[in-house]
Design a binder for this molecule. Structure first.
Ligand SMILES: *Cc1c(COP(=O)(O)O)cnc(C)c1O
Length: 229
């Protein structure tokens, strides 16, 4: 099995190539290493290979790693990429750089309430169900636009963009990535602060190159770095 350092290097090369083919600057794409189910020791290994941003999906597991002494002097930046329930918001709000998986007004409200309590300003993304698969979380396209004004008004939270998990089939996935980018454009038109809406979190191990070509600013890559789960 290839080492984590080699995997990260290979992915960086693939990111470079995808940026080049899309005519995008390399700095416009951030790699988030998805470390769910993987131990803190491997996160440390990835960090030592130059990886700084990590994504976790489950609150309890994230908190355990957050507290793990192995990572004590390792200043990683955490992204919460899983589906977030309202009653879990308070556990993570002061520990993460960005919350990717907000898919309900009520969860955004809770995020805002807790952000005010902690005197924090929290960046978040709305999760969009671009594939139409009922098994997936996320708002529908129209729901995003209908909720936008309410979201923009909520104190201490900043909507920074959109996130999606695409269909397994690459042709479909590419269209879904494209649709997410179009939706972000529509959102910008109605936002009081469109310059804040910069992020498209899309693309995983199997489809990140297509996502970059369609405008991803953050890709969430797990198994291609850490091996199969
Ligand atoms: C697990 C997960 C990923 C990473 O998936 P891989 O296919 O292992 O790269 C990305 N995003 C989310 C939301 C995930 O839950």
């Amino acid at each position: 099995m290839a080492s984590i350092a080699v995997n990260i290097h290979d992915i960086q090369e693939q990111i470079k190539a995808a940026c080049l083919s899309a005519g995008r600057p390399l700095e416009s794409v951030r790699l988030i290493a998805v470390s769910k189910t993987k131990p803190a020791s491997l996160i440390k290994e990835a960090f030592l290979a130059g990886q700084i941003e990590f994504g976790e999906s489950y609150v309890q597991e994230f908190l355990e790693k957050y507290e793990d002494p192995i990572l004590e002097k390792i200043p990683v930046k955490w992204h919460f990429i899983g589906h977030l329930q309202s009653n879990k918001v308070r556990f993570i709000i002061d520990k993460v750089t960005l919350v990717h998986g907000i898919d309900k007004l009520s969860t955004a409200e809770e995020l805002s309430k807790r952000a005010v309590q902690h005197n924090l300003h929290v960046d978040y993304l709305l999760e969009v169900n671009t594939s139409g698969e009922t098994s997936k979380y996320g708002m529908q396209h129209d729901e995003v636009l209908a909720s936008a004004e309410t979201l923009f008004r909520m104190p201490n939270i900043n909507l920074r963009g959109l996130m999606t998990i695409a269909s397994p089939e690459i042709k479909k996935a590419r269209q879904e990535f494209r649709n997410l980018r179009i939706l972000l454009g529509e959102l910008k038109k109605i936002s009081p602060d469109p310059l804040k809406l910069t992020e498209l979190s899309m693309g995983m191990s199997g489809d990140f190159e297509a996502a970059i070509e369609e405008g991803a600013t953050m890709i969430r890559v797990g198994s291609a770095i850490f091996g199969w789960r």
